[in-house]
Design a protein around this ligand. Structure first.
Ligand SMILES: Cc1ncc(COP(=O)(O)O)c(C=O)c1O
Length: 431
């Protein structure tokens, strides 16, 4: 069954669930459900916790906006002074719109298209992180066509053992699709530094997500430090323009009472990486900053029994929150108003898939149709993974800050579902 934790500023006060003092029921009444609600205060608190262990070491935090790219969330991050890590042209567009300075933006991603590379170079972002030799060459070609020198970091796959809850969130093991395998990295670094259109500005890793045990992250960084030392000794030109050493993201967030990763370990690693290289250490946390800063509000539509199982059918489904279906992920679910009876139920969405569930065999308040549920820890990889499957408009997003709340994304309307569509195309014929 599991317990989960309610992270301040989410709390039940006199039995009613609140976010920074704003009752969830009031938000749901005003904007409807499903709705994501984010606490600016919770994001700031997480950032301060991280900043505390990095104090005194030259570093930059680049928020991995793939975790939650809402403009409202990006605004909170930008005000904290952090940079941003993008993985697509669309994220670059969002980051730019949110007001991040180009020097505070990095662009990664295993499959960047030429137009995305072009956009990044035209914007003059801090750097592009290349994940293969072929991509290094393409970036050089695009840079030449624009008559610029492209700042490039190399994402290296350190090929370490990563201890994470699901295979899908491991990215730094041998055979993974990400990065340049460590045994090829020396040559690719030399090549990158030798091309006139490129400047090799750093090394990068990202070994996985939702890590509580940071051994993989530390082991990976050690391999990159060894690579850096080898380059410095044998190919000094390759390190001459390096500025950054990026240890990636992956810090775990507690969904079910798991003890959070030991930030002191991270602090020591960052210090060591700086001391060994003299470089600025970059970090790319996503989930850690936002997972427990967001919840998903959903209403109970029906109760029913099937076989031995009791079902609670909600108006949020896998199209709104994919993590349970995709990773079998666990999210705490509470009634917005506590009841004095508990039940054990399957909490399922309305989507026509048996994989559409929010929680299995979950002990929860004895809720009834019309009652409001709060799905906890939904701030990361929640809305960003949502879709229009079953022609369901995507949810509204709400930001709460110091007792005030406001909509940062309107609920989609049916018209949004067919924007750009036509039943009969404007036919073309190949001559
Ligand atoms: C390159 C890179 N950096 C950072 C992150 C952020 O990971 P997390 O949200 O686990 O911190 C990811 C996530 O997949 C990533 O691919």
């Amino acid at each position: 069954v599991g317990k989960g934790v309610l992270t301040a500023p989410f709390a039940r006060v006199d039995g009613a669930f609140q976010c920074e003092g704003v009752p969830a029921a009031a938000i749901a009444a005003a904007v409807g459900t499903p709705a994501y609600v984010y606490s600016a205060g919770a994001m700031r608190t997480q950032y301060q916790r991280l900043a505390a262990v990095l104090d005194g070491v030259p570093h930059r935090v680049h928020y991995a906006m793939k975790a939650n790219g809402s403009l409202g969330v990006l605004g909170v991050m930008r005000a904290l002074g952090v940079g941003v890590d993008c993985v697509s042209g669309g994220e670059l567009f969002r980051a730019h719109l949110a007001g991040f300075a180009p020097r505070d933006i990095v662009l990664g991603g295993v499959g960047k298209r030429e137009d995305e590379i072009r956009d990044a170079l035209e914007l003059h972002i801090h750097c592009l992180t290349a994940e293969s030799e072929a991509e290094v060459r393409l970036i050089a070609d695009v840079a030449r066509s624009l008559d610029v020198v492209a700042p490039v970091a190399l994402r290296v796959n350190p090929e370490v053992t990563v201890d994470a809850f699901h295979e899908y969130v491991k990215t730094g093991q041998s055979g993974d699709k990400f990065g340049i395998p460590i045994d090829q990295a020396f040559e690719v670094a030399k090549l990158t530094a030798s091309l006139d259109d490129l400047r090799l500005v750093g090394l990068h890793q990202h070994v996985g997500s939702q890590l509580f045990n940071l051994d993989g992250l530390v082991d990976g960084a050690e391999r990159l430090l060894a690579l850096y030392a080898e380059l410095r000794a044998k190919a000094p030109k390759a390190v001459a323009a390096m500025r950054t050493f990026d240890v990636g993201g992956g810090l775990g967030a507690s969904y079910n009472g798991e003890p959070e990763p030991d930030l002191a370990v991270l602090g020591r690693l960052v210090r060591r990486a700086h001391d060994a290289t003299g470089l600025i250490v970059l970090l790319e946390p996503g989930r850690f900053l936002v997972a427990n800063a967001g919840v998903l509000l959903t209403r109970v539509l029906y109760r029913k029994r099937s076989g031995a199982r009791e079902f609670v059918v909600t108006d949020a489904g896998m199209n709104d929150l994919l993590r349970p279906a995709l990773y079998d992920a666990w999210h705490r679910v509470d009634a917005a108003r506590a009841t004095d009876r508990r039940i054990v139920a399957e909490i399922v969405g309305p989507v026509c898939e048996s994989g559409d569930f929010l929680a299995h065999a979950r002990e929860v308040d004895d809720v009834h149709p019309g009652d409001l549920l709060v799905v906890q820890s939904a701030g990361a990889y929640g809305f960003v993974m949502s879709s229009n499957y079953n022609a369901r408009p995507r949810a509204a997003e709400v930001l709460v800050d110091a007792g005030k709340w406001g909509v940062v994304r309107d609920r989609e309307q049916y018209e949004d579902l067919v924007r750009g569509e036509r039943a009969i195309p404007e036919w073309s014929e190949i001559p």
